[in-house]
Design a protein around this ligand. Sequence first.
Ligand code: ADP
Ligand code: ADP
Length: 224
Amino acid sequence: RPMIEARGLSKFYGQFAAVRDVSFSVPVGQVCAFLGPNGAGKSTTMKMLTGYLAPTEGSAFLAGHCMETDRLAAAPLLGYLPENGPLYLEMTPESMLRFAGQTRGMVASLLQSRLEYVANRCSLTSVWRKPISKLSKGYRQRVGMAQALLHDPQVLILDEPTSGLDPNQTHDVRELILSLAKTKTILLSTHILTEVTAVCSHVVLINEGRLVFNGSLSEMVANA
Ligand code: ADP
Ligand code: ADP
């Protein structure tokens, strides 16, 4: 049974199809790149996969749970890095992540140890008590990663985790994803293939809302 499954997903905004009949699945333990140019429909698809956006047609499943009808069962399994970064700019990484953990119902002792873990793992200790509004794009992206990792989910859906980062920050985030890849199922969007060749064995390519390739990285490179 796949860990992540898009089954005939479409999203229409009026007459415009942002995503049209997209189907693919990611098996347990796989790291899959979700590739396509800006505007291809990657974020829209990911929002449907995470249950943040209701599909116009089709269904999204996480470990067999339908994201429209069974989202609560899927929530503990899923960590999501949304495209736009943290929303609560007046909070600090510490206060925002504590709030996120409390919202998830994590017990205090577990939450405290997970906060320490993600602060270290995502290299946030130096900015832990600074307002997010004062942090660079690279730090904000890592606050988003820390939130996605906080409850130790099995599945990560990461929307352009390296977008807007400088080469050093990109390297750090890539190393983090590489080490997470050993134990987790990951779907990771990007518009730059070379960003993910070291991490991903499998590629799903979309363009203008339609799936155009679904296969191994080596097949894709051979066909290019
Ligand atoms: P990507 O993540 O690949 O850059 P998106 O999923 O963000 O692409 O967007 C796909 C298309 O859908 C784009 O043309 C975008 O402008 C359009 N779109 C996204 N959200 C909305 C919305 N809320 N209303 C209308 N059009 C939208
Ligand atoms: P809604 O506006 O649809 O109610 P919320 O933002 O309140 O969604 O979040 C609903 C659930 O999703 C909560 O359990 C929350 O902790 C979780 N959640 C929110 N953001 C993330 C994220 N970046 N990664 C993982 N889970 C998240």
